[in-house]
Design a protein around this ligand. Structure first.
Ligand code: HEC
Length: 190
């Protein structure tokens, strides 16, 4: 009996230690496809139906309670996942059953030029491992934007939603550029 308890305690302590060193619970691919992409879309879609006639600000009258809840939920989900990414010691870009966008084209010539060549998960993994601090910083930038949008949703502050929401794309891209290449596709060949 006592031995069991001691073993259990040792097990708990071990798993406690492991946790601090543990990799992120989710793969980067899971975070992107299941949280970042759908949540960012939800925010962008909600914003796009609320532009004023001039298109230079949001009209609070066009946002319903449900819209604000969409924004609150989406920003909370993204903030939580970005925090997980920022706090994790190590990352797995993609599991064996996950395919990262464009990786099917790895090894084929890229007509717009080699800088547009497709990359696979191993390549992204190496980029992250080479610059973990920069990766963390980019994740924290997203945490910061989402905290601002979440507070804006709580106080129904359209000005903050507009200013932070309009810059969100750049927060995503500023991580995609160094760690994935870029998500802005080259102009389509005619
Ligand atoms: C901390 C870095 C980081 C931030 C911030 C980030 N991403 Fe990503 N994202 C990545 C990496 C690395 C990949 C490449 C791996 C992959 O495709 O899964 C990626 C890939 C993607 C993909 C392609 C997923 C696929 O099918 O392969 C989408 C979509 C995406 N990100 C959306 C977003 C959106 C939207 C945001 C902003 C709201 C965002 N990301 C912010 C690191 C980031």
């Amino acid at each position: 009996m006592r031995a069991t308890i001691i073993l259990l305690t040792a097990g708990l302590l071990l798993s406690g230690c492991k946790k601090a060193e543990a990799p992120a619970t989710h793969t980067i691919n899971n975070s992107m496809t299941q949280v970042m992409e759908p949540s960012a879309e939800a925010i962008w879609d909600t914003m796009s139906k609320a532009y004023n006639d001039k298109g230079d600000a949001l009209d609070p009258a066009k946002l319903t309670e449900a819209d604000w809840k969409t924004i609150a939920d989406a920003s909370a989900a993204m903030k939580e996942r970005a925090e997980e990414i920022a706090n994790a010691k190590t990352h797995v870009v993609a599991a064996k059953n996950e395919t990262i966008l464009g990786s099917q084209a790895v090894g084929t010539a890229s007509p717009p030029g080699p800088e547009w060549a497709a990359v696979g998960p191993d390549h992204v993994q190496k980029l992250i491992e080479a610059k973990p601090e920069l990766f963390k910083q980019k994740a924290l930038a997203l945490v910061d934007s989402m905290a601002k949008i979440n507070r804006a949703a709580a106080s129904k502050d359209v000005a903050v939603l507009y200013s932070v929401g309009s810059e969100l794309d750049e927060v995503c891209d500023s991580c995609h550029e160094p760690f994935w290449g870029t998500d802005v596709p080259p102009p389509a060949a005619k």
